[in-house]
Design a protein around this ligand. Structure first.
Ligand code: FAD
Length: 408
């Protein structure tokens, strides 16, 4: 019947971000000839988010360099890119999705919906004008005028996004206060040594960092003009940036009956609990070395989406994640290899302006934070990927050539 033939029509991808674009591009690169529809609710073609809190916010990167591909690319590749379109429901039994009144049919569906920033409740001033999140291009364009006007900015949250925004604000000459509720900045993601390094870096550039201090509420009428902190102190501010983490975008999947488990649950091949529905990127959790993880990074979005594309075409390939991440603050390039979960020891390597923190679980090397030390990063990444450790005596000696660790 017409219904049935329509039901075998191509691949629909919900979410035109890093993972969605990577998936569509890979399908064509692998020679897939069917329909590919890439649907995004944002008004712009897929772009890279990392510069939003770094070079783009600083004004050092033009808008067109954010885009992953020029718009023409999608037309040439016969990828139907639907922008400004929010998918409102998925019907797994019928193999359809809807965008308002419109219904599309799929053979395979990919969920690459990313994540959304945690917001502050309206009751504590979270919806006042001048309170900004840092997730989308629209978010960052909205805060740009406040950066230009200058004054005092309060950053709520001492994770990577908050610290990067603080660094840009300080570089632009603003007065910057950052509050972190936990005992130290980066507590959720890094060792004390890395927190100490970045605290000192920020303080040397005039950023005021308050740790173990939460936000009680933001104040103002219409516009935010002040903040009351958990230690009772009141601040006068011109605007606020909220960087208190993200939540995987799972609403659509949940409503469609797709199993969730720290995001959308996928198996080692990126397949969800529904066999022709797949997920990749920030929204998806997957098996990793005997546990289940979800990564919030560009390399994960790209690599996982590439594996999903191959598997939609029948490759039956496992996704073997090789976690890595980076951050830029005040000219310091931080590169992270591996996952530090469960570390017991930290070995510090100090050689001039290059510094690295090596995370071990007793004798096993888990991860490295490398600050302005691309060689330590590169060596550690190769060791971790090969399942090898690193002799702490070689690591701590600044005279030793780390490449020795790769031999044998
Ligand atoms: P996204 O890129 O967020 O794409 C998801 C898209 O789906 C969004 O455009 C969303 O609007 C859309 N969508 C959701 N629901 C629907 C729907 N129902 N209908 C239509 N569209 C929908 N990672 C690094 O590795 N290094 C960094 O230095 C780094 N810096 C970062 C800095 C910032 C400011 C931010 C915000 C992130 C940063 N990240 C960094 C993280 C990285 O950008 C993300 O991990 C990556 O973008 C995830 O890709 P994704 O495709 O899963 O999600």
């Amino acid at each position: 019947t017409y219904q049935r033939s329509r039901a075998m029509s191509g691949i629909v991808i919900i979410g035109a971000g890093q993972a969605g674009a990577s998936l569509a591009i890979t399908l064509r690169a692998k020679g897939y000839k069917g329909d590919v529809t890439l649907i995004g609710e944002e008004p712009v073609p897929p772009y890279q988010r990392p510069p939003l809190s770094k070079k783009y916010l600083l004004g050092d990167m033009a808008l067109d360099r954010l885009y992953l591909r020029p718009s023409d690319f999608y037309t040439e590749q016969l990828i139907s890119l639907r922008l400004n379109c929010q998918v409102t429901t998925i019907n797994c039994a019928e193999n359809t999705i809807s965008i308002g009144d419109e219904t599309l049919t799929y053979e395979h569906l990919a969920l690459t919906t990313g994540s959304s920033p945690r917001r502050l409740p309206a009751a504590i001033g979270g919806t006042l004008n001048g309170v900004f999140a840092v997730r989308s291009l629209a978010d960052v364009d909205a805060m740009q005028p406040a950066f230009e006007r200058g004054g005092h900015v309060l950053i709520i949250g001492g994770g990577y996004i908050g610290l990067e925004a603080a660094a840009v604000a300080a570089a632009k000459g603003l007065q910057v206060t950052l509050v972190e509720m936990a005992n130290r900045i980066l507590q959720r993601v890094a060792c004390t040594e890395t927190s100490d390094y970045f605290r000192a870096l920020h303080e040397s550039h005039g950023v005021r960092i308050l740790e173990g201090v939460g936000l009680e509420r933001l104040t103002g009428e219409g516009n935010v003009t002040g903040a009351i902190l958990s230690n009772g102190k009141a601040l006068e501010i011109n605007f606020a940036i909220v960087g208190v983490g993200i939540l995987p975008a799972t609403n659509l999947a949940e409503a469609a009956g797709v199993t969730l488990n720290n995001g959308i649950e996928t198996n080692s091949q990126g397949q969800t609990s529904v066999s022709n529905v797949w997920a990749a990127g920030d929204c998806a959790s997957f098996p990793y070395q005997g546990r289940r993880i979800r990564l919030e990074s560009v390399p994960n979005a790209i690599d996982q989406a590439e594996v999903v594309a191959a598997n939609m075409l029948g490759a039956a390939q496992d996704y073997i994640a090789t976690p890595w991440f980076w951050s830029d603050q005040f000219g310091v390039k931080l590169q992270i290899a591996g996952l530090n979960t469960g570390f017991t020891d930290i070995i510090v390597r100090n050689s001039g302006s290059a510094r690295s923190h090596w995370y071990y679980n007793s004798n096993t090397l888990l991860a490295v934070d490398a600050m302005n030390d691309p060689r330590a990063y590169m060596v550690a990444k190769r060791l971790i990927e090969a399942g090898k450790s690193a002799d702490p005596i070689i690591v701590t000696n600044p005279q030793s050539d780390l490449k020795m660790l790769l031999q044998g």
